[in-house]
Design a protein around this ligand. Structure first.
Ligand code: ADP
Ligand code: 5GP
Length: 211
């Protein structure tokens, strides 16, 4: 029997990708509201804020110049150009959340997910799909945050993104929201129950108290 190390549990990195409009933000918001101990890594972007978005909560909105400086000084765990804007995950933010013991959600596109795969071997990769392209289009139109041209661009790109689903550990089809949410929550919970992810210190402590 291997000795149990008296080590605090380490957070898990959950990488979640989906074609724009699939419901990824809706599902992640629900997760953050309902499950304690998990946080979203707030990305940097050169995109302009949408109505209702707050700096440093939804994204940290920065100029292209600052973003390029951050690339050059190696501050990103991954970065990518998505729909004409730059997006990136800060290494410093990941380290801080990890040190604080949180599980972390990375809501990033497929290019970013592939970069993370090279550096974070233990991450869990989740892909969210809409039930059909027609429903995806409908959701993008109902959301009313993008122009007609932007919606066409997002749908064109969706086809290529969807082809990457096989690279992910889990696939969730977001048809009925409640069911998709339960699926997502189950993945998070089962990752937390893995022996390597549990709080070994807690177990050692309760054994010690008995002796
Ligand atoms: P993403 O973050 O993937 O771009 P959003 O979470 O913004 O997508 O969702 C796109 C739109 O679809 C939003 O208006 C959201 O309320 C709606 N939506 C999300 N999931 C569902 C669902 N299961 N059924 C119907 N509408 C949904
Ligand atoms: P939106 O502009 O709709 O918020 O996001 C567009 C796309 O950019 C989404 O697919 C989202 O997952 C992705 N994205 C957001 N932040 C990052 C990031 O830090 N890195 C990468 N690679 N993609 C991101």
């Amino acid at each position: 029997m291997t000795a149990i190390k008296k080590k605090k549990r380490e957070g898990t990195l959950f990488v979640i990708s989906a074609p724009s409009g699939s419901g990824k933000s809706t599902l992640c918001r629900e997760l953050l509201r309902k499950i304690p101990g998990i946080k979203l890594s707030v990305s940097y972007t050169t995109r302009k804020p949408r109505k209702g978005e707050t700096n440093n909560i939804h994204y940290t909105f920065i100029s292209q110049k600052r973003f390029k400086n951050m690339i050059n000084s190696g501050e990103f765990a991954e970065w990518a150009m998505v729909h004409g804007n730059l997006y990136g995950t800060s290494i410093k933010r990941l380290k801080k959340l990890n040190k604080e013991g949180y599980d972390i959600i990375l809501d990033i596109d497929v290019q970013g997910a592939f970069q993370v795969k090279n550096n974070y071997k233990d991450a869990v990769y989740i892909f969210i799909l809409p039930p059909s392209m027609e429903i995806l289009k409908q959701r993008l139109m109902n959301r009313k945050t993008d122009s007609k041209e932007a919606i066409t661009r997002r749908l064109d790109r969706a086809k290529d993104e969807i082809l990457s689903y096989k690279e992910y550990d889990y696939v969730i089809i977001n048809d009925k929201l409640e069911k998709a949410y339960r699926d997502l929550e189950s993945i998070i919970i089962s990752a937390r129950l893995k022996t390597k992810n549990i709080d070994h210190k807690k177990i050692i402590d309760f054994i010690k108290k008995w002796r």
